[in-house]
Design a protein. Structure first.
Length: 321
């Protein structure tokens, strides 16, 4: 199918997104002077905004591209958690799989932006493994979601939801149900994903996961070949920013997908856009090469926006010409 047909095929796909949910908050203002109290900028605030972040941004990307999304994760028993669920529900997400844990706060990343440039970020979070009660409740939702989804996307931000209980259970369910499982993994958790269909890392994460500095050199082909085999996964993807995407499969080896040239404003959330587009494309029946090339086009759109953002199906169709 053509790229246009592929994007149109996203409509109605059912994607289950499992991972670390967060709220991305923004304080927008102008830096007009330096404080007389200490050598820091004074930001005159013009407005505030908030959007779903982390795994919630992955789900938001899936919905913007036309898919249906069920979200599975953990929030705190607090105002930000309530606001995050409301925001996702307003976008059309199924939030029945979100577990509330009173022992930890909802993850929040607050970015201070002046003249469209981020000058400071404040993180409020707990990165400890999700408590047993919340993990058990989440597991019950995962079993149902896998059975009723076309693909499962695990979005790991190392905040505790992706752990030695949730991941092997999810992979086992996907293997039994012959479901596509794609993961955006962190180095400390990547070995949990043995048996996954696709695992994605950026260059720094690939080096950290493997201890192999060849991921930063022209010898990346051999580094990725060894890591994919070690991890026991179907396809390994390494995102390389302006150098595009590389991936390795068991069937036909190593591939390079160049980045689409674009003026970059903000790379925040670009990785979410890439992995979401690849997941939807594969779920729609596209080969990995076409899925990766479409993901590069989607990333070129989102990096032209300020802050954590999504790409709509119409924007992607327009970019394709």
């Amino acid at each position: 199918m053509t790229d246009h047909e592929l994007v149109l095929a996203f409509e109605g796909l059912k994607i289950a997104v499992i991972g670390d949910l967060m709220m991305d908050e923004y304080v927008w203002g102008d830096a007009a002077r330096v404080s007389p109290e200490s050598p820091v900028l004074v930001i005159e605030v013009r407005s505030d905004s908030a959007v779903p972040g982390g795994a919630a941004n992955v789900a938001a990307n899936a919905m913007a591209l036309g898919a249906q999304a069920q979200i599975l994760g953990v929030v705190g028993e607090d105002v930000p958690g309530t606001a995050l669920k409301a925001s996702l529900e307003q976008r059309g997400a199924n939030i029945s799989g979100i577990v509330t844990d009173p022992t930890r706060p909802t993850t929040r990343k607050t970015r201070i932006v002046a003249q469209n440039q981020q000058v400071l970020r404040i993180d409020r979070e707990s990165s400890h493994e999700t408590p047993a009660a919340a993990t058990k409740a989440l597991g019950a939702h995962i079993a149902s979601a896998v059975a009723n989804s076309d693909a499962i996307l695990v979005s790991d931000y190392a905040k505790g939801v992706v752990n030695a209980q949730t991941v092997p259970n999810t992979i086992s369910l996907c293997q039994s149900g012959k479901k596509l499982l794609v993961a955006n993994a962190k180095p400390d958790n990547v070995e949990l994903f043995a048996g996954a269909s696709v695992v994605s890392l950026n260059v720094s994460e690939a080096v950290a996961a493997s201890g192999d500095a060849r991921f930063r050199t022209d010898e990346i082909e051999w580094a990725g070949k060894e890591l994919r085999k070690h991890l026991k996964i179907g396809t390994l993807i390494v995102t390389r920013g302006p150098l595009g995407i590389t991936y390795w499969t068991e069937e036909d080896g190593f591939h390079r997908i160049p980045a689409h040239p674009v003026e970059v404003y903000d790379v925040a959330g670009a990785g979410d856009t890439v992995i979401t587009t690849i997941t939807l494309a594969l779920a729609a029946g596209a080969p990995m090469d076409q899925a990766s090339r479409l993901a590069v086009r989607a990333a070129a759109i989102v990096v032209g926006k300020v802050g954590v953002a999504t790409v709509t199906a119409n924007e992607l169709l327009e970019a394709l010409g």
